[in-house]
Design a protein around this ligand. Structure first.
Ligand SMILES: C[S@@+](CC[C@H](N)C(=O)[O-])C[C@H]1O[C@@H](n2cnc3c(N)ncnc32)[C@H](O)[C@@H]1O
Length: 209
């Protein structure tokens, strides 16, 4: 079994080879009014920071972003100054108090884990979010062969391990299964080419009552 050190190095290499240098692709355009001044926002696994251009109305000091690739964090820091970027493995607990954030973004990053770890991460994000807060996310969708659906060993239902990493794929129903203690606001298919090739994924918004 490959360890987190291996995966970190893999992501560093991808960013160094400009493999994952994405631009914002409009996936949050229906929700721009949800990003307003006074909020404290956390983007987990922020990558090179393609979504940072959405948070223009927030005070940069209220924007937090983490990743376990140092290269990604350096690239994100070049996109927007004054924000709080920090190294963190999202499969581990965060050091923030309960309800520290009012909005969380998790773009194409909650699908690299087994089901047990995925649930643990989502429960931790629930803890970090205050009442009335929302999470905006995208994940791999079941049947997306462009994203290697079905390739490798199926270690759990719709979770595949290949030579590189673990990739989990979600249906609307299986995604909602992880968010039982949340309020469902929107779950729908989403198409993106942000990494230069077609990708059919699921976008979702859940709220904390
Ligand atoms: C497909 S990229 C998405 C990046 C960014 N959210 C975007 O939309 O462009 C996946 C990101 O997840 C990060 N990542 C993967 N596993 C992680 C982990 N356990 N902890 C923190 N970051 C992780 C990678 O470094 C990479 O930046």
């Amino acid at each position: 079994m490959k360890n987190q050190f291996y995966f970190r190095r893999l992501w560093d290499q991808r960013y160094q080879s400009e493999d994952h240098l994405a631009e914002y692709d409009g996936w949050l355009d229906d929700f721009l009014r949800d990003f307003y001044p006074g909020q404290r926002l956390l983007e987990v696994a922020i990558g090179s920071g393609p979504n940072l251009c959405v948070y223009t109305r927030l005070n940069p000091a209220d924007i937090y972003g983490c990743d376990f690739s140092e290269t990604a964090l350096t690239l994100a820091s070049q996109k927007k100054s004054g924000i709080n970027l920090f190294f963190h493995d999202i499969s581990e607990p965060f050091e923030f108090d309960n309800a520290y954030f009012s909005v969380i973004v998790a773009d194409l990053c909650l699908h690299y884990f087994t089901r047990r770890v995925t649930q643990r991460i989502i429960d931790e994000l629930f803890r970090l979010l205050g009442a009335g807060g929302k999470i905006f996310l995208r994940v791999n969708m079941v049947g997306d062969f462009d994203s290697c659906f079905g390739q490798g060993d199926e270690i759990e239902e719709n979770v595949f391990q290949n030579n590189e990493n673990i990739k989990a794929f979600f249906s609307p129903e299986s995604l909602c299964g992880y968010f039982k203690q949340w309020r469902k606001i929107r779950v729908e298919p989403n198409y993106t080419e942000k990494y230069g090739k077609p990708k059919q994924c699921l976008m979702a918004v859940f709220g904390k009552s």
